[in-house]
Ligand binder design. Structure first.
Ligand code: C2G
Length: 136
Protein backbone atom coordinates (compact mmCIF):
# COMPACT_ATOMS: atom_id res chain seq x y z
CA UNK A 1 0.00 0.00 0.00
CA UNK A 2 1.45 3.35 -1.10
CA UNK A 3 0.91 5.96 1.63
CA UNK A 4 0.73 9.69 1.02
CA UNK A 5 0.81 12.52 3.56
CA UNK A 6 0.04 16.21 3.27
CA UNK A 7 -0.33 19.09 5.72
CA UNK A 8 -2.47 22.19 5.92
CA UNK A 9 -4.90 24.50 7.68
CA UNK A 10 -7.86 23.83 5.32
CA UNK A 11 -9.88 26.76 6.68
CA UNK A 12 -13.12 27.61 4.82
CA UNK A 13 -12.58 24.47 2.72
CA UNK A 14 -12.52 25.38 -0.98
CA UNK A 15 -11.84 24.03 -4.47
CA UNK A 16 -8.09 24.48 -4.19
CA UNK A 17 -8.07 22.32 -1.07
CA UNK A 18 -10.22 19.70 -2.78
CA UNK A 19 -7.92 19.53 -5.80
CA UNK A 20 -4.72 19.07 -3.82
CA UNK A 21 -6.31 16.25 -1.82
CA UNK A 22 -7.68 14.65 -4.99
CA UNK A 23 -4.28 14.79 -6.73
CA UNK A 24 -2.40 13.66 -3.62
CA UNK A 25 -4.64 10.59 -3.32
CA UNK A 26 -4.15 9.79 -7.01
CA UNK A 27 -0.45 9.23 -6.25
CA UNK A 28 -1.12 6.27 -3.97
CA UNK A 29 -3.62 4.18 -2.02
CA UNK A 30 -3.91 5.84 1.39
CA UNK A 31 -3.93 9.56 2.15
CA UNK A 32 -3.14 10.96 5.58
CA UNK A 33 -3.90 14.66 6.09
CA UNK A 34 -2.32 16.50 9.01
CA UNK A 35 -4.63 19.43 9.83
CA UNK A 36 -3.07 22.37 11.66
CA UNK A 37 -4.41 22.80 15.20
CA UNK A 38 -5.64 26.23 16.33
CA UNK A 39 -2.58 26.55 18.57
CA UNK A 40 -0.19 25.78 15.66
CA UNK A 41 -2.01 28.21 13.40
CA UNK A 42 -1.48 30.90 16.03
CA UNK A 43 2.25 30.08 15.72
CA UNK A 44 1.91 30.35 11.91
CA UNK A 45 0.24 33.74 12.42
CA UNK A 46 -2.96 32.40 10.84
CA UNK A 47 -6.36 33.28 12.32
CA UNK A 48 -8.87 30.63 11.32
CA UNK A 49 -12.61 31.09 10.87
CA UNK A 50 -13.35 27.42 11.57
CA UNK A 51 -11.99 25.81 14.74
CA UNK A 52 -9.73 22.76 14.41
CA UNK A 53 -12.52 20.28 15.22
CA UNK A 54 -14.64 21.60 12.33
CA UNK A 55 -11.72 21.77 9.88
CA UNK A 56 -10.61 18.22 10.80
CA UNK A 57 -14.12 16.75 10.42
CA UNK A 58 -14.67 18.45 7.05
CA UNK A 59 -11.33 17.13 5.72
CA UNK A 60 -12.09 13.66 7.16
CA UNK A 61 -15.39 13.63 5.23
CA UNK A 62 -13.63 14.15 1.89
CA UNK A 63 -13.72 10.87 -0.04
CA UNK A 64 -10.00 11.08 -0.99
CA UNK A 65 -8.93 11.26 2.68
CA UNK A 66 -8.28 8.08 4.65
CA UNK A 67 -7.00 9.52 7.94
CA UNK A 68 -6.67 12.89 9.66
CA UNK A 69 -4.05 13.65 12.30
CA UNK A 70 -3.37 16.95 14.10
CA UNK A 71 -0.46 19.10 12.95
CA UNK A 72 0.88 20.64 16.17
CA UNK A 73 4.33 21.89 15.15
CA UNK A 74 6.75 22.26 12.23
CA UNK A 75 9.01 19.47 13.44
CA UNK A 76 6.59 16.51 13.51
CA UNK A 77 6.79 15.73 9.78
CA UNK A 78 9.86 13.49 10.07
CA UNK A 79 8.24 11.47 12.86
CA UNK A 80 4.89 11.28 11.03
CA UNK A 81 6.63 9.94 7.91
CA UNK A 82 8.54 7.25 9.84
CA UNK A 83 5.68 6.22 12.14
CA UNK A 84 3.16 5.99 9.29
CA UNK A 85 5.60 4.46 6.78
CA UNK A 86 4.78 7.23 4.32
CA UNK A 87 6.00 6.87 0.72
CA UNK A 88 5.23 10.36 -0.63
CA UNK A 89 5.03 13.77 1.07
CA UNK A 90 2.87 16.19 -0.94
CA UNK A 91 2.40 19.96 -0.69
CA UNK A 92 1.23 22.72 -2.99
CA UNK A 93 4.07 24.42 -4.85
CA UNK A 94 3.70 27.61 -2.81
CA UNK A 95 5.86 25.52 -0.44
CA UNK A 96 8.30 24.41 -3.17
CA UNK A 97 11.72 23.66 -1.71
CA UNK A 98 10.67 24.24 1.90
CA UNK A 99 10.46 20.54 2.76
CA UNK A 100 13.24 19.09 0.59
CA UNK A 101 15.00 17.88 3.75
CA UNK A 102 12.30 15.20 3.94
CA UNK A 103 13.73 13.61 0.77
CA UNK A 104 15.97 11.48 3.00
CA UNK A 105 12.85 9.70 4.25
CA UNK A 106 10.37 9.67 1.37
CA UNK A 107 9.55 11.14 -2.02
CA UNK A 108 8.67 14.87 -1.85
CA UNK A 109 6.24 16.22 -4.44
CA UNK A 110 5.05 19.81 -4.84
CA UNK A 111 1.85 20.02 -6.88
CA UNK A 112 0.70 23.15 -8.69
CA UNK A 113 -1.46 25.41 -6.59
CA UNK A 114 -5.02 25.99 -7.88
CA UNK A 115 -5.13 29.53 -9.24
CA UNK A 116 -7.58 32.28 -8.29
CA UNK A 117 -8.76 30.78 -5.04
CA UNK A 118 -7.59 30.99 -1.46
CA UNK A 119 -9.18 31.24 1.97
CA UNK A 120 -8.42 34.98 1.89
CA UNK A 121 -10.19 35.34 -1.46
CA UNK A 122 -13.20 33.39 -0.17
CA UNK A 123 -13.43 35.82 2.75
CA UNK A 124 -13.26 38.73 0.28
CA UNK A 125 -16.08 37.33 -1.84
CA UNK A 126 -18.26 36.63 1.20
CA UNK A 127 -17.67 40.17 2.50
CA UNK A 128 -18.53 41.74 -0.87
CA UNK A 129 -21.30 39.27 -1.72
CA UNK A 130 -19.45 38.63 -4.99
CA UNK A 131 -18.95 35.32 -6.81
CA UNK A 132 -15.81 33.42 -7.74
CA UNK A 133 -15.48 33.51 -11.54
CA UNK A 134 -14.77 30.20 -13.26
CA UNK A 135 -11.89 30.93 -15.66
CA UNK A 136 -12.56 29.49 -19.13
N1 C2G B 1 -3.58 24.90 -1.89
C1 C2G B 1 -3.66 24.75 -3.27
N2 C2G B 1 -4.33 25.68 -4.00
C2 C2G B 1 -4.92 26.74 -3.39
C3 C2G B 1 -4.85 26.89 -1.99
C4 C2G B 1 -4.16 25.94 -1.24
O1 C2G B 1 -3.13 23.78 -3.84
N3 C2G B 1 -5.56 27.65 -4.16
C5 C2G B 1 -2.84 23.88 -1.14
C6 C2G B 1 -1.64 24.46 -0.40
O2 C2G B 1 -0.52 24.55 -1.27
C7 C2G B 1 -1.42 23.40 0.69
C8 C2G B 1 -2.86 22.92 0.99
O3 C2G B 1 -3.67 23.35 -0.13
O4 C2G B 1 -0.66 22.31 0.18
C9 C2G B 1 -3.42 23.51 2.26
O5 C2G B 1 -3.32 24.92 2.15
P1 C2G B 1 -3.50 25.80 3.51
O6 C2G B 1 -4.71 25.33 4.21
O7 C2G B 1 -3.34 27.23 3.14
O8 C2G B 1 -2.25 25.28 4.36
P2 C2G B 1 -1.01 26.15 4.85
O9 C2G B 1 -1.49 27.27 5.69
O10 C2G B 1 -0.20 26.42 3.65
O11 C2G B 1 -0.28 25.14 5.86
O12 C2G B 1 3.22 22.44 7.53
C10 C2G B 1 2.59 22.92 6.37
C11 C2G B 1 1.49 23.89 6.71
O13 C2G B 1 0.59 23.32 7.65
C12 C2G B 1 0.72 24.28 5.45
Amino acid sequence: MKKIITYGTFDLFHYGHLRILQRAKSLGDYLIVAVSTDEFNALKGKKCTYPYSHRAQIVEAIKYVDEVIPEENWEQKERDIVENKVDIFVMGNDWKGKFDHLKTQCQVKYLSRTEDISTTEVKHHVKNESSIEIKK
